[in-house]
Design a protein around this ligand. Structure first.
Ligand SMILES: [Zn+2]
Length: 204
């Protein structure tokens, strides 16, 4: 849920760049490619979530150190684009990963949190307003308060995420399927919220 806007924007970036750079085919995996790279910096939290023991704030790990990760992505992207013969395979992952960090940085409409933008030169975490101390916080509490029920953050991000997923699907498959994807995304969020509300009250 929390990655829905990353996924939506990543898919839209991949769809539009695949046309801009004239990819000869536009298979679905291009959309998956964009979504995965837009989520890449959060992969360090997948295992702790599955194990059920999340400690500290995962935005303080090296996965959220843009100078390091963007450098690694650029290196492998350059190799990929060289062999594939299209710079799309360099530009798309870079833009998607960069989008993730901008989204994780407070100081504009969609941003929240802070990132160690200058690591390894500085450990300080920054929002777009300036340096800040990133709180350790409780991941479970953050999820419950902001995502597992209608809240300003969840409504804004899930709504826009569904809209961008629909737009990316429409790029490839036409507006009908774009609308279907948008409706399916919204519906699945509502079902998830209702299920969680019953689950948390012990009805299931
Ligand atoms: Zn992140």
């Amino acid at each position: 849920m929390a990655g829905s806007l990353d996924v939506g924007v990543g898919m839209l970036i991949a769809a539009s760049l695949s046309f801009a750079y004239g990819l000869e085919v536009h298979p679905p995996y291009v959309l998956v490619f964009g979504a995965l790279f837009a989520l890449l910096p959060d992969f360090d939290i997948v295992l702790p979530i599955l194990k059920g023991n999340i400690e500290g704030n995962h935005r303080l790990t090296l996965f959220h150190a843009p100078l390091l990760t963007l450098g690694i992505v650029a290196f492998f992207g350059a190799i990929g684009s060289f062999y594939a013969g299209n710079i799309f395979w360099l530009v798309c992952p870079l833009v998607c990963v960069l989008w993730h960090y901008i989204h994780d940085t407070e100081g504009w409409f969609l941003g929240n949190g802070a990132i160690a933008w200058a690591w390894p030169y500085r450990k300080t975490t920054y929002t777009f307003k300036g340096p800040t101390i990133l709180e350790e916080g409780s991941h479970d509490e953050w999820l419950t308060t902001n995502w597992l029920k209608p809240a300003s953050l969840s409504i804004k991000e899930l709504g826009l995420g569904a809209l961008f997923v629909g737009a990316a699907i429409a790029f490839f498959y036409g507006s009908f399927w774009g609308c279907v994807a948008f409706a399916a995304a919204i519906l699945s969020v509502i079902v998830a919220w209702i299920s969680y509300s019953f689950f948390s009250r012990g009805f299931f």
